[in-house]
Write a protein that binds this ligand. Structure first.
Ligand SMILES: [Zn+2]
Length: 1006
């Protein structure tokens, strides 16, 4: 069984936060408590209002200065718009007083303090060991040890107090340091240097069985002062940054950057940051990607981990220009600029006098003590001692009897010889009856309950002057204190969750002191198991594989042996069946931790598709929450589907198929079938060349050996055979050539079965019809572009129609037969003269056109060809002097012929045109003498010719004019008549019925 531990990151921040410069124990690292300190201060409504107002004013102040400072268009190497920064014209000097709170305050020498301030100044000037990071700027803010004391006298700005408050508990004693000594914060930055700060920076987190507690390195508040546990440069710079209103760069820890002047640290050129973790200097973490939403960043940049105001940096060295601006604004605005104008960095007079005294011999005097003050002043000639502002002595040495409890303000003024310059030193002498009850817990939050999980707290006794002690602990509601013991330190087990109050009474027999009351939160430590289902898979068909997490969101350990049961239905369903087998936790799961497991259980039925997991079904474990012990999952079975699942397409379509995996299980193999027309049979997306209706099946195996199948029913549109067009031409006079265009709809290129085309002389649906012919179209005939053209020769018919019918036997299935037959009119090939008889004037043009019916002629021939403008055209122009009979013969492209006749009768345009000479020599010209007449001459009744002897050589009766055949051929009694002049006599009937007689001579010669 696989098992993987998963850390539950229930708290995303402060898992390990270390101010690395502190170089303290990593088990109890020290951080900055300013945020926690601010939370305490903000409980004061006036403080909160003041803070809000200050931030608003800083924003306005900076906005007005922004107008003066021009942004350039260049972007530096971190993607930040650079400013054209005005050179620092004047250095601001902030006066500082260092209060050394130690049991042996002399262990911190003046030089160490001077060196500490030097470090601080280097940090703020971006110089010395802090100069290398290019993100940093010289803030123009410097600090001096105050040269002028609050009373106007000379001072060295160093104040030493011997006190047990060198180890101060922030929760119980936050006000103690100011009581010991504080200079007016309107004019001085107060730095309290202590040995250690006892506390725990919230939120304290618990992770996988152990608490991660973060201790204090220092804390500060804007305009209030700084408490530090060392004079380390970065620590003091950090807290001084807070003092001058800076917030942590990770402030809010939410990456908000809608308006960089209102979100995060309220400074725009520090990138959004939500992390307090330490990361290597050369590989900074990038905890937010909101950098470009507002502010100067043109791209997302890493966190500025080198910033003094970040946590945990191994290389703190940077204040940005924006932070500098904010500090300058604060200094200008705070208390009307009193810090800026305090002048306490200047000497009030020029003389080497230093006033100093101590009462180290009796640092904690009791009522009635005579306190001897050890004057260690230098360069002075005379002294004045004041107690609570009242001059007490002008001697070098001074002692004072403290007669009651309280604080005595003792001041020494030291004068030079001329009395025109003086220095002063002030000490607060705290007097009580000799006992101060103090303690400090080693844990500030725990989870504990008797019998379940114990997390005892050690309350370390830090009391002064006591010989006996009494501890009091309240009940879990914070009331009803009861005696918890009288040992010096108290190791206490809290047996029930709740909010407890703890206090200490200390005494030396006569003097009794009550400590402050500490409030401790004790959380319910019960374990709390819950289940997360990460993955469920079908497994080898008969089982289910479940990847699930057991998360312990409680504090106590869930021990090995805890059971997870599996059921086949959702919780609450009827008759759930328990599946084999249950899971037994193999290892402990610590508090606030989790682990991931894989279990294989058998199914209750094939393709079981729901599962419920129940943690600790038999309630063996006493949990914080019992209602979150089950988890349910369904629809995890390995399932595939194919696309398209059901479709109809045109045949010969290339159809893309797709196998969808509808589960989370990877597919290990695929088989498509039948393997006809598929581009591949084992891929997820084959293409199918569709030729016919087909049922495609896909079978897939999952990586966990489960099988599923899916079908795609691919139908094709059926064949539809259609008769597109028919043309009929005559063939060889005895046949017809019928050409039909047959088309297949819906994408088909071939028939599946051969079909017959039948030809009839009539629509057989309407009347009896004679079959004239038929032809088959084979199934291998290719219908390119969907159609094929079929010519067929059928019997000649005299009916004017041809009826074509295809697939009448439905040999090929088709759904539409309405387009399967066609009646086509047939016109036979024919040449027609209309009219057939023409009258023509001799020698004049007569246009004649022959009509071509049916098929177009291919050739046409007029015979004879005399007198024609075109002898092979339908239209010709006839020009003849004699009567003519033309035959017109034509042929179509398939050897069908036809002919017709045209008769031309010629007439003379005038009444009679009788020649005077004729030459019957057989040359074909003028060989006959005959009556040439116009149309008005209907007939020649008598035509007689006489020679000069009166002999009649020729006679005809009742002939037509203009017919040479009816004329004289020049012969007489079978012999050629001799040359000479002859007389003729003609009797003609005119159109109007009148008879006309004509006489004349004609000369014959050969
Ligand atoms: Zn801080």
């Amino acid at each position: 069984m696989n098992q993987k531990k998963v850390l539950l990151h229930l708290f995303l921040f402060l898992s390990i936060s270390v101010l690395a410069q502190q170089n303290k124990s990593t088990t109890q690292p020290n951080g900055c408590g300013s945020d926690n300190y601010l939370q305490i201060l903000r409980k004061d409504a006036a403080f909160s209002a003041n803070e809000l107002n200050m931030n608003k004013q800083i924003r306005l102040f900076n906005a007005s200065n922004e107008i003066i400072r021009q942004r350039t268009n260049t972007t530096n190497n971190i993607g930040r718009t650079t400013y054209s920064v005005s050179p620092i014209t004047g250095i601001i000097s902030i006066p500082v007083v260092v209060h050394i709170i130690k049991s042996n305050p002399e262990s911190v020498t003046d030089q160490m303090v001077i060196d500490g301030i030097k470090e601080l100044n280097d940090a703020f000037a971006h110089q010395g060991s802090y100069s290398s990071d290019t993100l940093g700027v010289n803030t123009g803010i410097q600090f001096c040890l105050a040269k002028t004391a609050p009373d106007g006298s000379l001072t060295n700005g160093i104040d030493r107090i011997s006190s047990y408050y060198e180890n101060i508990d922030v929760d119980l004693e936050s006000g103690a340091l100011a009581t010991l000594s504080q200079w007016d914060p309107a004019y001085y930055a107060n730095i309290w240097l202590v040995s250690s700060i006892k506390g725990e920076i919230p939120p304290t987190i618990f992770e996988c069985g152990s608490w991660q507690r973060v201790g204090y390195g220092g804390y500060a508040s804007a305009g209030g002062g700084l408490v530090v546990s060392s004079l380390s440069g970065p620590l003091v710079a950090h807290e001084m940054g807070h003092f001058l209103s800076l917030l942590h760069t990770f402030q809010g820890q939410n990456c908000a950057n809608a308006d960089c002047t209102l979100d995060g640290d309220l400074v725009c050129d520090t990138p959004p940051d939500r992390s307090t973790k330490s990361s290597p200097c050369n590989s900074p973490e990038n905890s937010c990607n909101t950098d470009t939403i507002s502010g100067p960043f043109k791209k997302d940049v890493p966190d500025n981990i080198s910033n003094f105001m970040d946590y945990g940096s191994p290389c703190p060295s940077v204040f940005t220009q924006g932070q500098s601006d904010r500090m300058h604004a604060f200094i200008n605005l705070f208390n009307g600029g009193s810090l800026l104008n305090s002048n306490r960095c200047n000497l009030s007079c020029a003389d080497a006098i230093l006033a100093k005294f101590d009462w180290y011999a009796n640092p904690h005097p009791i009522i009635g003590d005579v306190v001897n003050f050890n004057n260690s002043s230098t360069g002075a000639s005379s002294y004045s001692w004041y107690v609570n502002g009242v001059l007490m002595a002008n001697t070098a040495s001074f002692n004072y009897t403290v007669s009651s409890a309280g604080t005595y303000v003792v001041k020494l003024v030291a004068y030079n010889a001329s009395g025109n310059c003086n220095a002063s030193y002030t000490g607060n002498v705290l007097v009580d009856c000799g006992v101060v009850a103090r303690f400090s817990p080693d844990k500030r939050i725990i989870a504990s309950e008797g019998g379940i999980y114990k997390d005892p707290v050690l309350f370390q006794n830090t009391s002064y002057g006591a010989t006996n002690y009494q501890w009091f602990v309240s009940d879990k509601t914070g009331a009803n204190f009861s005696n918890a013991g009288n040992t010096k330190d108290l190791l206490y087990d809290f047996l029930q969750p709740g909010t407890y109050k703890i206090k200490l009474v200390a005494s030396n027999g006569s003097c009794i002191s009550n400590s402050g009351t500490y409030t401790l939160t004790v959380l319910n430590p019960k374990p709390d198991g819950s289940l997360s289902i990460y993955q469920v898979n079908c497994y080898k068909t008969d089982s289910i594989r479940i990847v699930f997490g057991i998360n312990n969101s409680g504090y106590d350990t869930i021990h090995a042996g805890a059971i997870v049961s599996f059921y086949d239905k959702f919780p609450g369903a009827v008759n759930p069946q328990k599946l084999n087998k249950s899971f037994v936790l193999p290892n402990d799961i610590l508090g606030k931790c989790g682990a991931v497991f894989t279990q294989i259980v058998g199914v209750s039925k094939p393709k079981q598709d729901s599962i419920t997991l129940i943690f600790d079904e038999t309630n063996v474990i006493d949990e914080l929450i019992e209602s979150n012990n089950s988890a349910f999952k369904q629809k995890f079975q390995f399932r595939i589907s194919t696309k398209p699942s059901d479709t109809i397409v045109y045949t010969n379509t290339t159809l893309p198929l797709l196998l969808n995996n509808n589960s989370l299980d990877p597919i290990s193999s695929i088989i498509w079938s039948p393997n006809i027309g598929l581009s591949c049979t084992n891929c997820t997306n084959p293409t199918l060349n569709v030729t016919d209706t087909v049922l495609i099946k896909a079978i897939a195996n999952s990586s966990f050996n489960c099988t599923d199948s899916a079908y795609s029913y691919i139908k094709v549109f059926p064949i539809d055979i259609g008769l597109d067009s028919t043309s009929i031409v005559c063939f060889n006079n005895d046949s017809l050539l019928v050409t039909v265009k047959v088309c297949l709809a819906n994408g088909y290129k071939r028939l599946k079965k051969k079909i017959e085309i039948d030809y009839f002389n009539n629509d057989f649906n309407l009347a009896p019809a004679i079959k004239l012919g038929s032809i088959f179209i084979d199934s291998n005939t290719l219908f390119s572009n969907g159609c094929v053209v079929i010519p067929t020769r059928i019997k000649m018919t005299l009916t004017p129609n041809i009826f074509v019918a295809i697939n009448t036997s439905l040999a090929q299935f088709e759904t539409n037969t309405s387009n399967n037959s066609k009646l086509t009119k047939y016109t036979p090939f024919k040449l027609i003269a209309q009219p057939t008889d023409y009258d023509a004037y001799r020698g004049e043009n007569l246009p004649v056109t022959i009509i071509n019916q049916g098929d177009a002629y291919k050739n046409i021939i007029w015979t004879p060809n005399e007198g024609l403008s075109c002898a092979n055209c339908l239209s010709t122009i006839i020009n003849t002097k004699i009567n003519k009979n033309y035959k017109i013969w034509g042929i179509n492209q398939f050897y069908c012929t036809d002919s017709t006749f045209v008769n031309i009768s010629t007439y003379y345009r005038s009444h009679l045109a009788l020649p005077t000479v004729f030459t019957p020599n057989g040359d074909g010209l003028n060989d006959y003498f005959y009556v040439i007449a116009g149309k008005d001459v209907v007939s020649v009744n008598k035509f007689q010719i006489f020679n000069r002897w009166g002999q009649k050589v020729f006679e005809s009766s009742n002939s037509k004019p203009n017919e040479y055949i009816s004329g004289w051929d020049g012969y007489y009694k079978g012999k050629i008549a001799e040359n000479g002049t002859y007389v003729y006599y003609i009797l003609i009937t005119l159109l109007n019925g009148t008879i006309e007689e004509v006489k004349g001579n004609i000369t014959l010669f050969r």
